[in-house]
Design a protein around this ligand. Sequence first.
Ligand SMILES: [Fe+2]
Length: 384
Amino acid sequence: MTEFTYNNPVKLHVGPGKFGLLGGIAQQYGKKALLVVSDSTKPTGQLAKAQATLSAAGIEYVVYDKFMQNPLSTLVEEGAEQARQEKCDLVIGIGGGSAMDMTKGIAFCACNPGSIWDYVFGRKQAQYALPIILVPTTAGTGSEANRTAVFTNPETHDKKGLVNPLIYPVASIIDPELMLTLPKRVIAGPGADVLFHALESYISRNAHPFSEMLSLRAITLLTKNLPRVYADVTDLAAWEHVTFASTLAGMAIDCAGTTLPHALQHPMGGLLDVIHAEGIAAVYPAFMEYTWSAAPEKFAAIAAAMGVDTRNMTTEEAAYSSVQAVTSFLLSINMQPSLTELGVKEEHFDWIINNVQTTMKVVLENNPRVPDANTLRDILQRSL
Ligand SMILES: [Fe+2]
């Protein structure tokens, strides 16, 4: 067995109705919280419920609700300033991936003044962050179970992750009941991202036996159950599997990282504000066509985990069948955009390729086959 080290310190509270435990959980970590929430928590009543459970537990709170789909580092630093002024000793995030990333960034910056980019690029080292509690209201990023948060620099358009053990949440609540009113687009996009995380962490050069187990289980649970919730948003039993898959995939990328599609999406998100899962979905068929032959056993296992009957296929046939399986799956949830539809044009290619080869080099090199600039251009061209 390959040697590896595994550590994930996040205390996970999983199950329908667990959101109601927020106040009691928060009591264990602080007295006054900055409550970072996405807009959707207001009409769904989730913010009101959080406020009620925190008040019942005697936790003071200040609401911070400024955020966007590709969170800007400037907004994170603003939130951190508010946390310092209000003397918050805890940061709670309720929302999708962006709200969770904001929460992590605020908890980190509140204890580490100056530019977050010094820490993202390793120019400064941090010792502390405020304790973080996360409550995902979409099933997608898996941010609730890992030490990554992604931000965009409004000056340089760099979009890059802070990866630091200090931003592991102390606790996360994974409550499938919070998903029961999601619109289809917010099921499909984040749901597809779960598949992307699971698939890319599985094929990553950094995968190890434990992360592979997490990834494969996430692929099976997600591909079986996401179409069910896409068809019927009230299917709680299917949501239990989808939310669990999201968390498993978030744990898997914590070990093994992502690969080529996520690397390519970052400059598209940073430059053109392309929605995370849509940018990735657009390059997926070209990425899989390019990559599968470099890791045929792994792509064959992905096909089998997705329910393809591979018993009478050669390894290569089974591996190649995963390309069609993923493409069909994305089509079934209406997630097969072209780069053109997302506003990416040929004139952006030079900037994207240069940016991905500098800021996302490590992620690019996780891919079983590492593309040069010409290959990247070809993948982008095929995805227009
Ligand atoms: Fe992602």
